[in-house]
Write a protein that binds this ligand. Structure first.
Ligand code: MEV
Length: 426
């Protein structure tokens, strides 16, 4: 590819088509690549053009469904958007193991978000604190004036906490504005409220306010779910023992706990994307919560009951919404919410927590028995066959041979294809 400069100014001022043309020229796209760029899937040009800056196309991912979930006695079909093979099947399997014992029991999730206000340069922290606390009603009133509709629906700012922080720039007061955001993810509304109350707080505290922003550690929005996974369906005592050993490993070792939690997030993030929610917020919150007690730890708890079945629990902050953001704009997110049939953000979080728990148990079961690669490789082998240029009608045959011979490589797929063609020509 020819060299190019990246300091391209005014790209955003071009029309959508002009942007596509310009980038095609800069990086020298061929006709086939231009066609890929022009395929916007379910988006219209106008829709996609208003979502982010400098937009040139739309990126699609597989949209699958996990089955067998019964949560609080209601059945769910869970939409998942993920590129990784085996994850959807694994979740469906674990849900089946739990279903035998009544499925998942998820607790109500309060939709309370925190907005942080950072008050610095305080002469007297105690006086500042007192002055803010004495004017709590006025501060909450200003906050709620920013979203009267939310207030009317029963949500809004209802309280705050003040924390003292010792920093290298001296003592700071951190005010946590607590806002019930109801069915929204809530970042926008709490950011607006924090900005609106800041001048008043600055005056009361006689300090200087810098940051006014949501905290993605949504510690007032904790989702909890619990389920019993059938011992025999899991594969018997040995497998359960393996799962418990895997859990102890994760408890003792942050390196393992990270991967343990990654498995949980496979499910939760897939549902987060499917429903048009903010994956970065969910990930950041989950990992911070996992490390809150000092050591990065698993987000699930696993033990056996008196019959030898596996009992799993999960506890995770989940700032998920069913209104606002992309949830109602993205056509696939709307579809996902329809399939999922949830009526509130609370219900969505209850499902997400159950899915995370199922995903964790499924991963540990595979690791404690046949290993994770078998399931992965069956699907992966098809991708490799495709990459090797195997025609559609031979993909299945070549993929099977790759798995059989335990050589899932593009060069080997080509070799098999060659052999098949040679046989045909004999
Ligand atoms: C792979 O995406 C997820 C796992 O690594 C999770 C785990 O190890 O628990 C299988």
């Amino acid at each position: 590819m020819k060299e190019f400069r990246s300091d391209i100014s005014g790209f955003y001022k071009l029309s959508f088509e002009e942007r596509q043309q310009k980038i095609s020229k800069i990086v020298n796209l061929n006709q086939e690549e231009i066609k890929v760029l022009q395929n916007l899937g379910y988006f219209t040009t106008t829709q996609i053009d208003t979502l982010i800056e400098n937009v040139i196309g739309s990126y699609q991912l597989p949209f699958g469904l996990a089955f067998n979930f019964k949560i609080n006695n209601k059945d769910y079909i869970i939409p998942m958007v993920i590129e990784e093979p085996s994850v959807v099947a694994a979740a469906s399997n674990a849900a089946k193991f739990a279903r035998k014992h009544g499925g998942f029991h998820s607790e109500n999730v309060k939709s309370v978000m925190i907005s942080q206000i950072q008050i610095t340069q305080l002469d007297d922290v105690e006086i500042a604190k007192r002055s803010i606390l004495e004017n709590k009603d006025q501060i909450l009133k200003i906050a709620n004036e920013q979203d009267p509709f939310l207030n009317e629906l029963g949500g809004g700012a209802f309280d705050f906490e003040i924390r003292e922080l010792d920093t290298r720039k001296g003592k700071m007061l951190i005010l946590h504005l607590l806002v019930d955001v109801l069915d929204a993810m809530g970042a926008n509304v709490v950011n607006t409220m924090a900005e609106a109350v800041s001048p008043c707080i600055e005056e009361l505290s006689e300090g200087k306010i810098y940051l006014r922003i949501v905290s993605n550690l949504a510690s007032h929005r904790i989702a909890k779910s619990r389920a019993t996974f059938d011992k025999d369906l899991l594969g018997g005592d040995q497998v359960v023992e393996g799962i418990l050993n895997a859990y102890e490993f994760a408890l003792a070792d942050p390196y393992r706990a990270t991967t343990h939690n990654k498995g949980i997030m496979n499910g939760i993030v897939a549902l987060t994307i499917a429903t048009g929610n903010d994956t970065r917020a969910i990930e950041a919150g989950a990992h911070a919560y996992a490390a809150l007690k000092g050591q990065y730890s698993p987000l699930t708890k696993l033990q056996v009951d008196s019959d030898g079945n596996l009992v799993g629990e999960i506890e995770i902050p989940l700032a998920l919404g069913i209104i606002g953001g992309m949830t109602k704009i993205h056509p696939m997110a709307r579809l996902a919410l329809k399939i999922l049939n949830v009526k509130s953000a609370n219900e969505l979080s209850q499902v997400a927590a159950a899915l995370g728990l199922a995903q964790n148990v499924a991963a540990l079961r595979a690791l404690a028995s046949e290993g994770i690669q078998k399931g992965h490789m069956n699907l992966h082998s098809r991708n490799i066959a495709k990459l090797a240029g195997v025609p559609d009608e031979l993909i299945e045959k070549v993929a099977r041979k790759l798995v059989e011979d335990k050589k899932i490589r593009v060069d080997y797929a080509r070799e098999i294809l060659q052999r098949i063609e040679n046989e045909k020509n004999l």
